[in-house]
Design a protein around this ligand. Sequence first.
Ligand code: XIL
Length: 298
Amino acid sequence: ETTLGAAAAQSGRYFGTAISASKLGESAYTTIANREFNMVTAENEMKIDATEPNRGQFNFTNADRVYNWAVQNGKQVRGHTLAWHSQQPGWMQSLSGSTLRQAMIDHINGVMAHYKGKIYAWDVVNEAYADSGGGRRDSNLQRTGNDWIEVAFRTARTADPAAKLCYNDYNIDNWTWEKTQGVYNMVRDFKSRGVPIDCVGLQAHFNSGSPYNSNFRTTISSFAALGVDVQITELDIQGASPTTYANVVNDCLAVARCTGITTWGVRDSDSWRSGDTPLLFDGSGNKKPAYTSVLNAL
Ligand code: XIL
C-alpha cells in the first residue's frame, strides 16, 4: 500500500492524525492529511473551552470545520474530549461541587447531542490520573466526588449509544508504572460493575522522560484482555526514531483489539512539541525515515 490509512486498513485498522481548523486553508497541509490518514481528531476544537465558551451556550463553529472536512473527505472522527481538568472555560474553572458536576453532565449531553451518531469514539474523560502514586489527579472535577468518571461514562452512553466511549491518558504506556496500574484497575472495576466503557486511549507522547518501553505490547494486551478496545491516540516520538515508530506499530498489530493509531499532527511544524521533530513528515511536508518505517510495518 502507498498511504498510511490504506496500509492500516489492510488489517481492519485506521491511521489518523490530529487536525487544526486554522490550517484547513493551507493546501500543503490538507494535501498530506487527506492523502495519508483516514481518522481525524480535532487538536483543540472539540475541547470544553472551544465548545461551551459560556455556560449553556455551545459553539461548534471550529469543531464543525474539522468534522466536516474529515467527513467530506471520507474519514472517521474521534471526539476529543468531554471531561478534563485542562482547557476548561473560565466559567467552569470557577465552579465546584454539585454545580460543577451538573455542568459536566450538561456539557457531555450538549456536545454529544450535536454529534450524535457521527463519532467513532469519544475520549469521554481525559487525563484523570496523577503522574505518580497510581491515584487520581487532584482537580475541580475530582473534588466533586470519586464517582465523577463513571457518571461521565454513564451520561455519555445515554447521550450517544453509537459512539465507543474511551478513557484517554498519557504515561500509561509503560506497564510497570503506577499510573498505568491505576488506570488498569479502574477499567477492570468499571467492566466488573457494568460501567459503560469501550476503549482505552494510550496517548503515547514518547520522549526522554517517558520513553517507549518494550513492555508497551504487554500494556496493550492487558487492557484488551479486560474487554476494551485500545487505541493509540496521540502518538509522537521525540526525534522520530524509525525503529521506535515501527515498534509501536508492531505492538498494536500484535493485539487484535488495538484498533488504530493516531499521530498528534501532520508535519513537525504542526506539532505541539515542534522542537522535538516527533512526527512522520518534516516541516516541508517531506516523508521522514519514520514514515517509511511505519508504512512498512503496517
Ligand atoms: C494539546 C494541543 O496539541 C495544543 O495545541 C494545546 O495548546 C494543548 O493541548 N494531551 C491531550 C491533548 O489530550 O489534547 C493535548 O493537545 C496534548 C496532551
